[in-house]
Design a protein around this ligand. Structure first.
Ligand SMILES: [Zn+2]
Length: 404
């Protein structure tokens, strides 16, 4: 059976709940850090676990090119390869392929593109994307869609949406025929309860095996394929795309094609109107957003899952998110500042180091600067979501996190 979704509390449009996947339980709304090439840049898997990351996103395009699906499948799938026992979601590769403006050619069958690594020619179709994602073995995989460029005329957005719908049906058909081929299927994974996970953690002998040989229970969950709503910035097309994607039928739905350069107010309008046309009892995933303020806002509109490279990418550029706003750690004003980066953050970086030291590491181009900045930014995002979940359960409005 596919993943299970349980809504446990609501507050106006917001929902707090649990998503049960073959690799554990996820509390929603959830923020998913991006691990592009089977790595969240600058941070190890054990630290991600300590930070409370429940699900990671992997990029199919990058993993397909390097190290290649044959290699990952041979090594037991993405979870085992990268030693990540918790849930993983992979994108379809579509967004990256469509970003290769000069290097791609699209037709009904699929997309021919050139690798950004060595210029070699490749072809992705809905069938190919699903085959690759089954080989990677993520818990949640995505239908192959065309991310409509912005701005686009209504005609262009409409024809692109129609093709995404045809590709959604093809993605589902291929998935239904091949879903038993996940690399971990033979291991018969199933949900591990938190209690059982804790028991195993207390027994050090069990730890090396814990990740990949979870205990069986009565709920056998399988890999799940989500559909994606497109339709550009046109709310009528978004409605049609949502309704027809729901007709095809998926255990979860994503809103794609946003955060592509449109004004933020427009993103919000499109998200809000699109969510109304998606089933309330299925998880809703908003792709590629956003700032800490935005993820709070979208969770309040009823989004359950979000991913973004912003916290990790900004960290590597010395841009840090704090309860007091953005901090550019490279600025000279931090040279002698003995204060913590964020007095309201309890992450291991804010507990231990001063702004002066973080500024020095960045100025000296030390690798540790990237590591520490990434740990803080991810902690901040995860704490923000924790606070949002808490507020929904208490029936309160979420505010920007202070005093975490
Ligand atoms: Zn911190």
């Amino acid at each position: 059976m596919p993943i299970e979704f349980q809504i446990e509390a609501t507050h106006s449009s917001a929902r707090a709940g649990r998503l049960l996947t073959p690799h554990g339980e996820i509390e929603t709304p959830v923020f998913m850090p991006v691990g592009t090439v089977a790595s969240v840049k600058g941070i190890s898997q054990d630290l991600l676990e300590d930070l409370g990351v429940q699900i990671l996103l992997g990029n199919t395009y990058h993993l397909y090119l390097r190290p290649g699906i044959g290699t990952i499948r041979h090594l037991g799938g993405l979870h085992r390869f990268m030693s990540w026992p918790r849930a993983i979601l992979t994108d379809s590769g579509g967004f990256q392929v469509f970003s290769l403006n000069e290097l791609r050619k699209v037709n009904e069958e699929g997309v021919t593109f050139r690798s950004h690594l060595d210029g070699s020619s490749h072809f992705f179709s809905p069938e190919k994307s699903i085959e690759v994602q089954i080989g990677l073995g993520a818990d949640i995989i995505m239908a192959f869609d065309e991310c409509t460029e912005h701005p686009a005329s209504r005609e262009r957005a409409k024809s692109s949406m129609e093709m995404t719908l045809r590709w959604a049906a093809r993605s589902k058909k291929y998935f239904e025929e091949h879903k038993r081929e996940v690399p971990w299927e033979s291991q018969q994974l199933s949900v591990v309860s938190r209690e059982r996970e804790k028991e195993q953690e207390q027994d050090p002998q069990q730890i090396p095996h814990r990740a990949f040989n979870p205990v069986r229970n009565d709920r056998e969950l399988a890999q799940s394929l989500f559909g994606i709503v497109q339709g550009g910035m046109d709310v009528a097309l978004r409605k049609e795309s949502a309704e027809r994607t729901v007709e095809i039928g998926f255990p979860g739905y994503a809103v794609g094609g946003l955060s592509v350069g449109e004004p933020r107010q427009l993103t919000r309008e499109v998200v809000e109107s699109t969510l109304q046309h998606l089933p309330a009892d299925k998880p809703r995933y908003l792709m590629g957003v956003g700032t800490p303020e935005e993820i709070i806002e979208y969770a309040h509109l009823g989004v359950d899952m979000m991913d973004c490279v912003l916290p990790t990418r900004a960290a590597r550029h010395g841009l840090l998110f704090t309860s007091q706003g953005k901090v550019s750690i490279k600025q000279a004003r931090h040279v002698k500042d003995e204060n913590a980066l964020d007095p309201n953050c309890s992450c291991r970086v804010c507990r231990r180091y001063s702004r002066a030291y973080l500024r020095h590491l960045y100025a000296a181009n030390e690798v540790l600067a990237q590591v520490l900045n990434t740990i803080h930014n991810l902690s901040f995002y995860l704490d923000t979501m924790r606070q949002v979940r808490h507020s929904i359960r208490l029936g309160e409005e979420s505010r920007f996190p202070t005093g975490l």
